[in-house]
Ligand binder design. Structure first.
Ligand SMILES: *Cc1c(COP(=O)(O)O)cnc(C)c1O
Length: 433
């Protein structure tokens, strides 16, 4: 398929919008310089407006953050740290970064923050670089049980450079098995233990992980990208008092720029900073740093806490809606904005469930489950999150209705009532963020 086929090469935003007022107007400079990309972006805005985004890690960046991202710091080269830059003309960039760092430290009650990592994976790389040597043993949630690629995948630097041992969740209740974590820690004596994953819907017992790490004299790294917004809002327990290093993300539930954030103890501050720059990165993206400052301020507001509570209430209602049709939410429900559900009881694979939902305008992800009897390429699960629909203002009752619609769609196949209602909800919330 050629690029032009994907975009259908309309020549104006009006054409991309099928003659209606377009949802997104490319700046004149972009339309003139690159009509193909301009139309592609307008078509992407239309695609989003016609569907509901339920991918677990996706969200809608806040309008204030978007404005900062497009601001003049996009052009600034500022290698190094405030007051210690390689480049001149950094006084204002320095102030932006100091604001971001201060706000991160306040919001998460962290002794030290580094706001430069370009992604959560880059932040993980820096955390490993600060604490470990190649060949060290690391104990982390196994990939099949919800650990991220950066927790030991052979396709990722982590699995190539370190010796990973995986812990998992119990088959009976889907909860992290702390007895297994302790047993593996004593048997393998890891240099670091990583707590956290990408699809675990329950709060983690950070204090218990700390106690196990202390028993074997290991560092504790919190892999907290998925739960950063929940912690900021005070809706989930914070790993910061317990972990030596917390790896956070400013996108996902935080609604900030796509990026990583490192929080650590005062003792590790220098090592973490040097592990980011110059060890694993060059100059930071200063527009993203400014955007992170904005997002960190917004995340301290009562409005943001209300938003996160709505996302969690909605995820609980959504899980219940799915369960009403016979899908099986892992751990029986959720404490977070995430729902991971076994759709095997509905006689459908995760891949087919993802495809059927996408065709009806619901964007969610297939997900291999712990103890999945079906090969990972097909899988038995779906994973979804309520961050984006909550950001559009959707109410928990409507998210519960989405669970019911998804369940009906997976059980009985598409029908006009289901697809009509999904389109109606998508259009009702399309222009809100
Ligand atoms: C999302 C996520 C990542 C990856 O984040 P990127 O910014 O895409 O690199 C890593 N770990 C966890 C736990 C995550 O939830």
């Amino acid at each position: 398929m050629s690029v032009a086929d994907t975009v259908h090469a309309p020549t104006t935003p009006q054409a991309a919008a099928g003659g209606r007022t377009p949802r997104w107007e490319p700046a004149e400079a972009l339309r003139r310089a690159d009509p193909l990309i301009a139309d592609l972006l307008a078509a992407e805005a239309e695609r989003r407006a016609e569907s509901l985004q339920l991918l677990a890690g996706e969200n809608l960046t806040s309008p204030a953050v978007l404005a900062a991202l497009g601001g003049p710091l996009v052009d600034k080269y500022a290698e190094g740290y405030p007051g210690r830059r390689h480049h001149t003309g950094c006084a204002l960039a320095d102030t932006a970064e100091l604001l971001a760092v201060d706000r991160a430290r306040q919001l998460f009650a962290a002794p030290h923050a580094n706001v430069q990592p370009r992604s959560a994976t880059s932040a993980m790389l820096a955390a490993y670089a600060a604490l470990l040597r190649p060949g060290d043993t690391v104990l982390a949630m196994s990939l099949e049980h919800g650990g991220h690629l950066s927790c030991g995948s052979r396709a990722n630097f982590s699995g190539r450079w370190f010796d990973f041992v995986g812990y998992g969740v119990r088959e009976a209740d889907g909860l992290v098995d702390l007895d297994q974590v302790r047993e593996l820690a004593h048997r393998h004596r890891p240099k670091a233990i990583i707590a956290g994953g990408i699809s675990y819907p329950r709060h983690l017992d950070w204090a218990a992980f700390r106690a196990i790490a202390d028993e074997v004299d290991a560092y504790l790294i919190a892999s907290a990208a998925q739960v950063t917004g929940l912690v900021a809002a005070g809706v989930a327990p914070s790993p910061v008092p317990y972990a030596d290093v917390t790896v956070a993300a400013t996108h996902k539930l935080m609604r900030g720029p796509r990026g990583g954030l490192l929080l650590c103890t005062a003792e590790l501050a220098d090592r973490i900073d040097r592990a980011v720059f110059p060890f694993t990165q060059g100059g930071a993206a200063m527009n993203e740093v400014a955007g992170k400052a904005v997002a960190l301020a917004e995340a301290g507001s009562e409005a943001f806490a209300g938003y996160v509570r709505r996302a969690v209430d909605g995820a609980r209602a959504l899980a219940a809606g799915l369960a009403g049709h016979g899908a099986r939410p892992l751990t029986g429900g959720t404490d977070t904005h995430l729902v991971t559900a076994d759709v095997g009881p509905l006689d459908i694979t995760g891949v087919e469930a993802e495809r059927r939902c996408a065709a009806a305008g619901l964007m969610l992800g297939k997900c291999a489950l712990p103890y999945d009897p079906v090969p990972a390429a097909e899988s038995s699960g779906i994973r979804l999150g309520t961050g984006a629909v909550a950001a559009q203002g959707m109410r928990p009752e409507e998210m519960g209705e989405l669970g019911d619609l998804i369940g009906a769609l997976l059980r009985g196949g598409p029908d006009a009532r289901i697809t009509g209602r999904i389109r109606e909800l998508a259009r009702a919330y399309a222009d809100r963020r």
